[in-house]
Design a protein around this ligand. Structure first.
Ligand code: TXE
Length: 480
């Protein structure tokens, strides 16, 4: 069986203890490769490689660093087909999605930060009357840790690694053990692009062992993490006493506020995507849909009809809209929420069941599910389900919509559908979220700040925010 290997000091290595973890193809429910069950010793080797590479990489001229990152971007594009297929098989997502979103975006992440670093600058302050000038040096931190989840594997892995490398750091990175394949393939691409040995080291393994060794390592001075809120809280507890810099992108339970005056057809098309794209496994998915009462019944009817028309099937089938969920435990977790719907006062309007896909009988397929709720405090509207499950509920006023939107522990993103400028401005100001979309969803400009408030995390990624995170500011004051 195919063995995925760690990428340390520019070489592919088996784990020192020769222990392996099963890697499943979720579309058929079978193990199809093995990944290293890396230990603290493997992480230590990765750290030492990164540490040795740091002095040279951090002093490498910007243009050269930028050229290497741009080369990685173009090699990802050259290998689009292979990478997209690997992602679809490893994750269960439709190949069409991996081909049009995941892999192009991974390439764009490298190209974006290859460009951004050449434009990055720092501040200077003249101390008027004191004959002194201050300027800020933005220096790379050293060896940094990047830990990413399974929902958008190469997309989110590269979103962290690219700015870390651009800023002159060296990296110990760990993709999710559930979706390791494209991170493994990235190692070879980095070598071909001429990334010097040890600059990027990719460790595979469990969060509780390999991940834990990264966050506990005293030499790793910053951690950029995307994943579950519980894991984020754990990482914060470990990292805080060591004064590590932390960027945590965590869960979401995002509201979709739909007003009667919106552009209805566009809203409906986009709402299907914001509800069920990637099987609902995107932290930005809008899983709580609140609809202004005058259009509630019409929306309900149309939304159900469009949802029922989605094609559930093999990720490799071109017609598939909804592929497999990422793993058996995750499938069971999502299903448990559906099973609790009635007990929580909800009514399942469509979906709710497993799907038997012909030829893929053991795959992890679930119908896209709409649940009507009447209690905004029930578990279905409060907890992150992270699957193809949304709740719908009517509202009667702007104030009520705002209160409903803010009535969760999370604060990542939201969508507002209205053609009333005053209303959208008012809501955008008072909604507790890091990202507000008006009349759209998941439209991303990579220069903008990305991240959440409340239990959705701390810190921001994207653009210069990411470059600021991955650098240490040092003020220099010169008296003249
Ligand atoms: O994520 P974990 P899980 C949410 C979603 C999902 C839940 C749990 O609700 O159901 O989180 O998913 C690594 N030290 N999101 O359990 O465990 C782990 O190996 C260091 C939202 O799969 O948070 C993986 O690489 N690292 C989210 C990464 O953390 C540790 C996307 C994420 O895994 C670690 C994914 C430790 N002690 C899930 N424990 C989003 N915001 O998009 C685990 N890891």
């Amino acid at each position: 069986m195919k063995k995925i290997l760690n990428y340390i000091n520019g070489e592919f290595k088996a784990p020192l203890q020769d222990e392996w973890i099963d890697n499943y193809n979720p579309s058929i429910g079978e193990v199809y490769s093995l990944i290293p069950n890396s230990s603290t010793a493997d992480v230590q080797n990765a750290y030492e490689a990164a540490s040795q590479a740091f002095p040279t990489w951090s002093e490498t001229p910007l243009e050269q660093r930028s050229r290497i990152l741009a080369k990685i971007a173009s090699l990802i594009t050259e290998n689009l087909e292979q990478l997209a297929k690997a992602e679809a098989i490893d994750n269960g997502k439709p190949l069409s999605l991996a081909t049009s979103v995941d892999i192009p975006r991974a390439s764009t992440n490298f190209q974006f930060f290859a460009d951004a670093i050449t434009q990055f600058s720092s501040e200077a302050h003249e101390s008027t009357g004191l004959n002194a000038i201050n300027f800020t040096l933005r220096q790379p931190i050293g060896v940094v840790g990047c830990i990413s989840p399974w929902n958008l594997p190469l997309y989110l892995f590269s979103w962290k690694i690219a700015p870390a490398l651009a800023a002159g750091n060296t990296v110990v990175a760990k993709p999710s053990e559930v979706t390791p394949m494209t991170a493994y393939l990235l190692g070879d691409i980095c070598t071909k692009a001429g990334l010097p040995k040890g600059v990027l080291n990719i460790i595979h393994g469990l969060g509780s062992t390999a991940g834990q060794a990264i966050i506990e390592h005293s030499g790793i001075k910053a951690i950029s993490f995307t994943g579950g809120t519980t894991t984020g809280a754990h990482i914060a507890r470990v990292a805080a006493p060591m004064f590590k810099k932390l960027s945590l992108e965590l869960g979401g339970k995002n509201p979709n506020l739909i007003f009667a005056d919106c552009d209805y057809d566009t809203m409906l098309d986009v709402t299907i995507k914001s509800s069920f794209a990637n099987q609902g496994q995107i932290c930005l998915c809008n899983s709580r849909i609140y609809i202004e009462r005058p259009i509630y019944e019409k929306f309900k009817k149309d939304f159900i009809a469009k949802t029922k028309a989605l094609k559930i099937g093999s990720p490799l089938d071109n017609n598939t809209n909804i592929g497999a969920l990422v793993s058996k435990p995750h499938l069971e977790k999502v299903k448990s929420y559906i099973d609790a719907a009635e007990q929580e006062g909800g009514t399942i309007l469509c979906g709710g069941d497993y799907v038997n896909v012909k030829g893929h009988e053991n795959g992890y397929y679930l119908q896209p599910t709409i649940i009507e709720v009447n209690d905004p405090n029930c578990r279905l509207t409060q907890e992150e389900i992270f699957g193809p499950v949304v709740t719908i509920m009517p509202f009667d006023s702007d104030d009520e919509a705002l209160a409903l939107a803010n009535n969760v522990r999370y604060g990542l993103s939201c969508s507002i559908w209205t053609n009333n400028l005053n209303r959208s401005m008012h809501l955008a100001k008072y909604i507790q979220a890091g990202i507000v979309w008006v009349n759209t969803w998941m439209m991303r400009d990579l220069r903008t700040a990305f991240g959440g408030t409340k239990d959705s995390g701390v810190g921001r990624e994207g653009g210069f925010e990411a470059l600021r995170f991955f650098t240490e500011p040092k003020n220099v004051c010169i008296k003249y």
